[in-house]
Design a protein around this ligand. Structure first.
Ligand code: ZN
Length: 274
């Protein structure tokens, strides 16, 4: 097949599957924190399956069920200009942003890796990072129901050509272990929890996907961007010193960066090795 044609076709397949995945991610982002609240923090797999599949999509304001044609990723949002057909309530631009991000992620992965299992797994990883980022910012929560599948998919990814199950095991142990130590040390020193346990598990999941060798650079990026964002906010008085800042978005950003551009790892390490 002609190169331009196949790139176009792969982008199209990627954008369509990504938009569908993004539409499901919106359901996960919206419903998982509410399910956790409703079940007092302890949600079974069956309760998640039921809660995520039923009821069908409906307007969060007027509860009116959406027609099937109001449920088409990207298109419906644009045609209805982000409003409910029944009550006119504006949906946040976040719904569109998540679908667009997932569509772009899938298209990029398919164009780079071809129509392969590896491409779809990589795209699901990037989409999962988007979901975790939004849930953590909104709810200060990194739910197991998202972390668990990402962990399993990461192991599957490392079994594919080019992967290394040894690197994944090292990454999982080192990622989890490093943040566990920091969390415990801070708790002993300050007497309060400075970091959520979700961040510790998330670092382990990232370690599976990136492998152990990429973790020093990943933590460096996560801590530096975390400080770069939170210190100015504290100085401007926008957040207090005692307010816990969600660390998940910075881990997700660093993970995404090192995953898509693994070549920059050594350069980042050199920057910190003086
Ligand atoms: Zn409505």
């Amino acid at each position: 097949m002609n190169g331009v044609l196949s790139t176009g076709l792969l982008s199209l397949i990627g954008a369509c599957s990504g938009a569908i995945a993004g539409s499901f991610l919106n359901v996960v982002i919206h419903r998982v924190p509410r399910l956790i609240d409703a079940h007092g923090g302890n949600v079974s797999g069956a309760q998640y399956a039921a809660g995520l599949s039923w009821p069908g999509s409906h307007c969060a304001k007027c509860d009116h069920p959406l027609r099937w044609y109001d449920n088409i990723p990207l298109l419906s949002y644009l045609l209805l200009r982000g409003r409910c057909r029944f009550c006119g309530e504006r949906y946040g631009v976040r719904y569109l942003a998540v679908e667009v991000l997932a569509a772009v992620a899938f298209a990029c992965c398919l164009v780079t890796l071809g129509l392969t299992a590896k491409a779809f797994l990589a795209a699901l990883f990037l989409a999962g990072l988007v979901a975790l980022t939004i849930i953590d910012i909104e709810e200060q929560l990194l739910p197991d129901i998202v972390l668990g599948p990402l962990f399993v998919l990461g192991i599957a990814f490392q079994f594919l050509p080019g992967g290394s199950i040894g690197a994944a095991a090292l990454g999982a142990g080192a990622g989890y272990g490093a943040l566990w130590l920091i969390r415990e040390a801070y708790r002993l020193y300050a007497g309060v929890e400075g970091m959520g346990y979700g961040d510790v598990k998330f670092a382990g999941v990232l370690g599976v996907w990136l492998g152990g060798a990429a973790l020093p650079a990943m933590f460096a990026v996560a801590f530096v961007t975390g400080l770069a964002v939170s210190v100015p906010l504290m100085l401007m008085g926008r957040i207090g010193r005692q307010v816990a800042i969600p660390f998940g978005p910075f881990l997700a950003f660093a993970g995404m960066l090192l995953f898509t551009l693994p070549g920059i790892g050594p350069a980042i390490e050199m920057l910190f090795a003086f």
